[in-house]
Design a protein. Structure first.
Length: 304
């Protein structure tokens, strides 16, 4: 008698899903970040979730400016700034400008694991103030005790000295100050050919050295423009600066120098204009006589 067979699944894999992802969990004891499901499963841009996860994993005091994030991610400034605005609108990110007693302005960035989860109703806790020396009362002596060492004031890393009269304005250095004006003009004129090729001052300053090398190789500005604007895709997946940087990656070889002759240039002699003795037509010749047509007719005339 044959043994009975059963089609029932084994108990071990009875609860395993038949489709979708299967997690292989590993208990982490170091180098991990706790991220809420509301943020990780947030509908919308994947760049926003990636930026949020990266900021959550960074220690306190790390720079999370647009420039610092662009150095880490492959996305451009537009996508990074858009992700920061979405996080700020959702309540995960807060950027606060603070004025110090010295008239300096600094920006503090706060990142929340849960929007609105701060127990302080007045907002996030104030950061620790730098150890500025406190002013002594008028009646107290201004000289500190001999045992106490007076330390110079310590400024925050992100502080930027700003004049007292104009503390609300930021002095931004011109990124095009050291760029080649001719190369910048070539890059700025690209938008006349394709309106999508709009570059910021920082992007133009980054691409200008490559354009300068192309100009030094002997290429005309029109040739560089034709190369950069030819066969562009219908939709840009990255910033236009990334496409232009890729096309400017290979520097063309310079034109070979033309060998100059040591002999002086002699212009060809111009023959004088004379009238033909047969048909009176003008032609150039060294000696008087007949033109070429008259000489041909004389040779073809039969002898008789």
């Amino acid at each position: 008698m044959a043994d009975p067979q059963s089609n029932a699944r084994l108990r071990a894999d009875a609860g395993a899903p038949t489709s979708g992802v299967i997690h292989v969990r590993t208990r982490l004891t170091a180098d991990f970040t706790v991220l809420s499901n509301a943020l990780a499963q947030r509908r919308g841009s994947a760049v926003t979730i990636g930026v949020a996860a990266y900021i959550s994993s960074m220690p306190d005091g790390s720079s999370v400016t647009i420039a610092a994030l662009c150095e880490h991610f492959s996305e451009g400034e537009i996508l990074i700034s858009r992700a920061l605005r979405e996080l700020e609108t959702a309540g995960y990110l807060e950027r606060r400008r603070e004025r110090l007693s010295t008239g300096q302005i600094r920006t503090r960035t706060y990142f929340y694991d849960v929007p609105g989860g701060d127990p302080d109703p007045d907002g996030p806790p104030e950061p620790p103030k730098p150890p500025w020396p406190r002013q002594q009362p008028a009646t107290a002596p201004a000289v500190p005790p001999a045992s106490a060492a007076v330390q110079p004031p310590v400024q925050a890393e992100a502080e930027t000295p700003i004049p007292r009269a104009d503390a609300d304005s930021f002095a931004v250095a011109d990124p095009l100050a050291d760029a080649d004006p001719q190369a910048v003009a070539v890059l700025a004129a690209l938008r006349r050919v394709d309106a999508r090729l709009v570059l910021s001052a920082r992007e133009a300053a980054r691409l200008a050295p490559a354009v300068t090398r192309w100009l030094a190789a002997g290429l005309l500005p029109t040739q560089i423009t034709d190369h950069l604007t030819a066969r562009l895709p219908d939709h840009f997946l990255t910033r236009p600066a990334g496409i232009l940087a890729y096309r400017l990656k290979e520097t063309p070889l310079p034109l070979p120098a033309q060998a100059r002759s040591t002999e002086p240039f002699v212009s060809p002699a111009v023959l004088p204009m004379r009238n033909c003795d047969g048909c009176d037509r003008g032609f150039r010749t060294a000696e008087p006589g007949r033109c070429r047509d008259c000489r041909s007719r004389d040779r073809l005339r039969p002898a008789g």
